[in-house]
Design a protein around this ligand. Structure first.
Ligand code: SAM
Length: 285
């Protein structure tokens, strides 16, 4: 893409992104004021959780040193006993989350050799590692670009940005890093630390999904896929409805490596219908 065209594409993306981020913020502040305690949840668990091995001997973080909170001791015990944590370490993945995208791709096959991939909320990097291996991304020909506001160590074949994705220039930077080309897979595992207040947590994740989905619709190539973390069984009706207009198939899945006791699930939208549909739908609004 020529520099001028890229700059135009970048600034259009930035303007739209910024409007959406602002719009979402005020919408969700208003909703938050109205909605406390009134949300209804239903989780569509399409996959059964992985069965625990009956013979596994559970390790315990036996004695709690002075000063360590009960919650951190529980977290440590869970990490020590989690087979995916052990597998991630032995297979060289940065996070157990790597298995989630691996399992979803094994079922849904959204990565192809040569696909271009954007990873939103990439740290510490498990999803990017899986994507880079699956699409054959190398430092000489990078096909995967990731963004997170946290620090990340470099990953071979992946271009990483330390940045908040809600900033205006973030979408343009990601696309520019991929040479201005359309993208085949946009994946978002973005999540804010939970507050423990369900309505607040829900609104915060909905905000992230909305901006990720909007980005996907702007940058995907026809046939492309969008994968995003959602919570509490779902995606808001309006957003789901919008995605159904733009993609041939949309559904929720819970991969076996996603913890049984976590409300997390993933939205997968496949077969992007192309920008013309996006533009027509925009005019219909
Ligand atoms: C569950 S972790 C991602 C794990 C990752 N998929 C992996 O495999 O290692 C969620 C990440 O989203 C990031 N995040 C949340 N909001 C973000 C935002 N607005 N911009 C960039 N990153 C964000 C967090 O910093 C966190 O690192």
């Amino acid at each position: 893409m020529a520099d001028g065209a890229r700059a135009r594409c970048g600034s259009g993306l930035a303007r739209r992104h910024s409007d959406l981020v602002d719009g979402c913020r005020s919408h969700h502040q208003a909703l938050l004021a109205l909605s406390e305690g009134s949300w209804q949840w239903s989780i569509a668990r399409l996959w059964a959780p992985a069965a625990a091995s009956p013979t596994r001997i559970l390790k315990s973080a036996s004695r709690r040193p002075k000063g360590r909170k009960v919650a951190s001791t529980k977290w440590l015990e869970r990490q020590l006993n989690d087979p995916y944590v052990a597998r991630a370490r032995s297979e060289g993945y940065r996070s157990r989350a790597a298995f989630k995208i691996k399992e979803m791709n094994e079922k849904q096959k959204f990565f192809k050799k040569g696909s271009r991939v954007v990873d939103l909320g990439a740290a510490p990097g498990g999803w990017s590692q899986v994507a880079a291996a699956a699409v054959g991304s190398t430092d000489a020909n990078p096909l995967v670009v990731g963004i997170d506001y946290l620090d990340m160590d470099p990953i071979p074949g992946v271009i990483l940005f330390k940045k908040d994705f809600t900033e205006d220039d973030a979408p343009g930077l990601l696309i520019e890093a991929l040479g201005g080309h359309k993208v085949d897979v946009v994946m978002s595992d973005m999540a804010w630390p939970t507050t423990g207040h369900r309505a607040t947590d829900h609104l915060r994740i909905v905000h992230l999904i909305e901006i990720a989905a909007d980005f996907a619709i702007q940058v995907l190539a026809p046939g492309g896929s969008f994968v995003a973390k959602v919570f509490q069984g779902g995606t808001e009706h309006e957003l789901l409805h919008m995605l159904k207009r733009h993609f041939n198939t949309t559904f929720h899945i819970k991969p076996p490596s996603s913890r049984k006791d976590s409300a997390e699930a993933y939205l997968v939208a496949k077969g992007f219908k192309g920008s013309n549909v996006a533009e027509n739908a925009e005019e219909e609004r």
